[in-house]
Design a protein around this ligand. Structure first.
Ligand code: DLL
Length: 448
């Protein structure tokens, strides 16, 4: 009897893409000239790779009259068209992958606040480079091989949990993959496992600190020495609050799914002066409102071109994050960004004045008796937009004291931002607590 087994399909022709140009063993220590030479080589590879393998890039380049061979210097990147979140959404789910699906090893997605999620993919090589960059980031954050690392970024389609996880292991640390949520359990595990470092959003670290106190425990007495916080804007005032309450060093990790995930940039624990961008893998630019590039030091929107991504290269991706590029400090050849305190899309325009939630955070945390627990509600009174800050005070204070604190907040907002907001003190524990990225702004203007 003969089996009728279908023979395996013929092996596909070799893929039309290659590995990105290799880098040196210790890229953080390159000098600027060597770094730029590596960037150019990798940029040229990326631009060819994207043009040859992603129809949308080919169409956009052709429409702009630019060919990959036109990229002869780093400055030539300005000839290339921008990529936007809209482009990515239009290509949902896999239209911008630059390698066959059989070579993709993992998919992540960013939820986004509206519409379809953005789906991103990684080859084995991409995952390997990502783990290296997280390991590098953790090293910069002061995390040492052998440490136990409590990872409270969400595991799943979000890049935070799994992205950080591999880097923790790569550095030679013990990964404790807790994910986000179940805060009482987080407290228990921190007490029992005695981790040296914690990874989570700054707002979630605050929730954890509160949970310790609610159980009558002193959060300064944990084993934690370092917190690697990111995934949402936070201020230096919030950093001080977290450091004092938890007795640790809090450092900023930056990244976004479209460009890779966490680990695009990392602040050094030595300098705590904004994330260094790992420029051997990502080429940053800052553009103004007219989308023209501005000089280093000037503020604008951060734009990235990836230099080594295989499955999902991005060309001049507009992040919507607002910051400026500055000279490196702990890693002199790599530029830093100023701590990101806002995105284009969470800017509130209140009666013609621009306002970011982090500005309220900064002011509130300077005022005695006010806490970082606040939300912003936008409403309409007649035809006018109104903004109400609902904020919690430190527990157990007198009504007059809390009302005085509210008045100070209102006056300082008027003085520094130039607009009048209502401030309402709400009872302790009445506002939602963060379990990951915290939602601060509630737009109720469409509601009657
Ligand atoms: O939040 C990746 C990440 C995970 C970064 C864990 C750091 C730690 P997305 O969900 O795609 O990816 O959101 C990216 O979050 O464009 C910024 O607006 C914001 N963001 C990320 N890190 C920071 C930070 C992850 N350190 C978007 N400071 C970005 C301010 C940040 N905003």
């Amino acid at each position: 009897m003969t089996d009728t087994i279908t023979p395996p399909a013929p092996v596909e022709a070799a893929p039309a893409y290659t590995e990105p140009p290799a880098g040196p063993a210790a890229p953080e220590t390159l000098d600027r000239a060597a770094l730029e030479a590596l960037q150019l080589e990798r940029l040229q590879w990326t631009v060819h790779h994207a043009y040859e393998n992603v129809p949308l890039y080919r169409e956009k380049f052709d429409a702009a009259g630019v060919h990959p061979d036109d990229i002869r210097t780093l400055a030539d990147v300005e000839k290339l068209p921008f990529t936007t979140k809209e482009d990515l959404r239009r290509s949902y789910p896999f239209g911008m992958f630059a390698v066959p699906m059989t070579d993709v090893r993992r998919i992540h997605a960013s939820s986004g606040t509206t519409g379809r999620p953005t789906v991103v993919g990684y080859t084995e090589g991409d995952l390997d480079r990502w783990a290296d960059l997280i390991a590098r980031s953790l090293r910069a954050a002061g995390v040492q091989p052998g440490w136990k690392v409590h990872n409270a970024y969400g595991y799943g389609l979000f890049t935070g949990g799994l992205g950080a996880h591999w880097g923790i292991e790569r550095l030679g640390c013990v990964a404790i993959p807790v994910s986000g949520g179940q805060t009482a359990r987080q407290v228990q595990l921190i007490r029992d496992f005695e981790p040296d470092a914690i990874l989570c959003t700054p707002s979630y670290l605050l929730t954890i600190a509160d949970a310790f106190e609610e159980q009558g425990l002193d959060p300064r007495e944990t084993s934690l020495k370092v917190a690697v916080c990111g995934a949402e804007p936070w201020t230096n005032e919030m950093r001080r609050e977290l450091e004092q309450r938890m007795g640790l060093k809090a450092v900023d990790i930056y990244g976004l799914s479209e460009v890779m995930g966490p680990g695009v940039g990392q602040e050094s624990v030595e300098t705590q002066d904004g994330p260094h961008i790992w420029e051997d893998h990502f080429l940053p630019e800052i553009v103004g409102d007219d989308l023209q590039r501005v000089a280093d030091g000037e503020r604008g929107e951060l734009v990235f071109t990836t230099l080594t991504k295989q499955a999902f290269p991005v060309i001049r991706y507009r992040t919507r994050d607002l910051t400026r590029l500055m000279r490196g400090s702990a890693y002199p050849a790599m530029r830093r960004i100023e701590k990101i305190t806002g995105r284009n899309d969470d800017m509130i325009i209140l009666r013609g004045v621009n306002l970011f939630p982090t500005q309220i955070e900064e002011i509130a945390l300077e005022i005695e008796h006010l806490t970082p627990h606040f939300i912003l509600e936008l409403t309409k009174r007649g035809r006018m937009d109104e903004l109400t800050v609902k904020i919690e005070c430190t527990p157990g204070i007198e009504k007059e004291t809390s009302e005085a604190a509210a008045k100070i907040l209102q006056a300082r907002v008027k003085e520094r931002i130039g607009t009048t907001v209502d401030v309402v003190i709400v009872s302790t524990g009445s506002l939602p607590r963060s379990e990951g990225k915290y939602k601060r702004v509630y737009d109720l203007r469409d509601q009657a």
